[in-house]
Design a protein around this ligand. Structure first.
Ligand code: ZN
Ligand code: ZN
Length: 146
């Protein structure tokens, strides 16, 4: 486990100083911190944590493992109980953007994910890459496409 690698959530901190302690049981200080840790859990495959951090009323019976090729996360804005974000991923030969507004609630002092409104679309070649690099897709993740 690459604890000394940059955290997949894009915070600029090391994994061991960012999302990993939350995944391992520390409580997230904010809804945004929980959201970031859930993104990182999707990247690294912590399916049990994803299940556990879901609100008991809305969680699926299990979180199915998936091998989505995540490219990066950008937080658009966050409030106390919601986070709007864009997450980029690769699907076959396309760069896709997941744009979601997630809602969170505290249960026994732990932030939990309730649900989200999401919109998935193919990233434009000349629009900012959904990985959050700030470069155009065709100069960034789109360059490596077959
Ligand atoms: Zn992180
Ligand atoms: Zn990119």
């Amino acid at each position: 486990m690459a604890r000394n690698k940059p955290c997949p959530c894009g915070s600029g901190k090391l994994l061991a100083d960012c999302c990993l302690p939350i995944i391992k049981g520390d409580s997230a200080a904010t809804a945004e911190a929980l959201m970031r840790s859930r993104y990182t859990a999707y990247v690294l495959g912590y399916w049990d944590y994803l299940h556990q951090s879901w609100h008991p009323n809305t969680r699926p019976s299990r979180v199915s493992p998936s091998d989505t090729d995540w490219l990066g996360l950008t937080i658009v804005q966050s409030t106390t109980e919601s986070v709007e974000f864009i997450a980029g991923f690769r699907e076959e030969s396309k760069i896709m953007a997941l744009h979601e507004i997630s809602r969170f609630m505290q249960v026994d002092h732990h932030w939990r994910y309730i649900d989200g409104q999401c919109d998935i679309s193919e990233a434009g070649r000349n629009t900012p890459c959904p990985c959050g690099s700030g470069k155009k897709t065709r100069h960034c993740c789109g360059k490596r496409l077959p």
